[in-house]
Write a protein that binds this ligand. Structure first.
Ligand code: CP
Length: 308
């Protein structure tokens, strides 16, 4: 089977079959990653550049490891230490890199739509590693993989996405993916961090009461408060946010049921999640990070096959 797309720009563009294919391929790569020798020759003749115009720990390292596990040749680019800092344009930078016979581009950029722009102007396959407040497709895929691994299904699963929905590319990619796969979604958080008309636009429920959202869900995907994207205050203080929307062990114990806790990272400890929850028995946060390598191997492998 093949993907219906040449690039991975967003979950919005994927079909349900594409998502199922990526998740089932990732299962096979997860099995490879349990072996003593964790490397396969699948992308031996492929060269990939990781083009990061914005900071990252998990996504950048996860892509690099996925590429190396697939035996690809890997180039790493960080905008802050490159000629982008001297004013070189995105397109000039990428065309110069591609002239060195690079086949695929993994890109993170603070501008929403930057990978879509590139896809119109260059011949290489592009994987969006997060663009502004638009999408973070591989995060949603690894989140779905982790939910399915933990709870056995996506269809009918009740997922609460909690926190700074307004500025979160993880939230949007998760909503697109979970809707396509038949999960139910509730968005929860303060009204100022939830986009107007999201219920109608994306067919999700909105709940402003955190405890009600937690009582309803099987999985809580808790998002980081993205202060760097808020150019005006949207709540009074981090301390008050924690008091009203922070998740702590006492709150979880008061639900009378067990729910799975997820977070894409990096965590603001003591703001959206207390440490006794982030590191507690219901958290699968580090499983998400582990699964990210297998999921990104699947995406790169399937897109490389599209080119051939
Ligand atoms: N989840 C995520 O995108 O983390 P990084 O910003 O560290 O890549």
């Amino acid at each position: 089977m093949k993907l219906s797309t040449k690039h991975l720009l967003g979950i919005k563009d994927l079909t349900r079959d594409d998502i199922q294919l990526i998740l089932s391929t990732a299962e096979q790569f997860k099995e490879v990653l349990q072996r003593p020798v964790k490397k396969v020759p699948s992308l031996r003749d492929v060269t990939i550049v990781n083009l990061f115009y914005e900071n990252s720990t998990r996504t950048r390292m996860s892509f690099e490891l996925a590429e190396k596990r697939l035996s690809a040749d890997v180039l790493n680019f960080a905008a802050t230490t490159s000629s982008a800092a001297k004013g070189e344009t995105l397109l000039d930078t990428v065309n110069n890199i591609l002239s060195m016979k690079v086949d695929m581009v993994v890109m993170r950029h603070s501008a929403s739509g930057a990978p879509h722009f590139l896809a119109k102007h260059i011949p290489a396959a592009i994987v969006n590693a997060g663009d502004g407040i638009n999408e973070h497709p591989t995060q949603a895929l690894l989140d779905a993989f982790s939910m399915k691994e933990k709870l056995g299904k996506l269809e009918g699963l009740k997922v609460a996405i909690i926190g700074d929905i307004m500025h979160s590319r993880v939230a949007l990619s998760n909503m697109y993916l979970l809707k396509k796969m038949g999960a139910e979604i509730t968005i929860a958080g303060p009204p100022t961090l939830i986009p107007k008309y999201i219920e109608q636009a994306l067919d999700v429920r909105v709940e402003y009461n955190l405890k009600k959202a937690l009582q309803w869900c099987d999985v809580a995907n808790v998002l980081r408060i993205q202060l760097e994207r808020q150019n005006q205050p949207l709540f009074s203080s981090l301390r008050e946010y924690n008091l009203v929307y922070g998740i702590n062990r006492k709150l979880l114990e008061s639900l009378g049921k067990e729910i799975v806790i997820m977070h894409p990272g990096p965590i603001n400890r003591g703001v959206e999640l207390d440490s006794d929850v982030a590191d507690g028995p219901f958290s699968i946060i580090l499983n998400q990070v582990e699964n990210g390598v297998a999921v990104r191997m699947a995406v790169l492998y399937l897109l490389a096959n599209e080119q051939g």
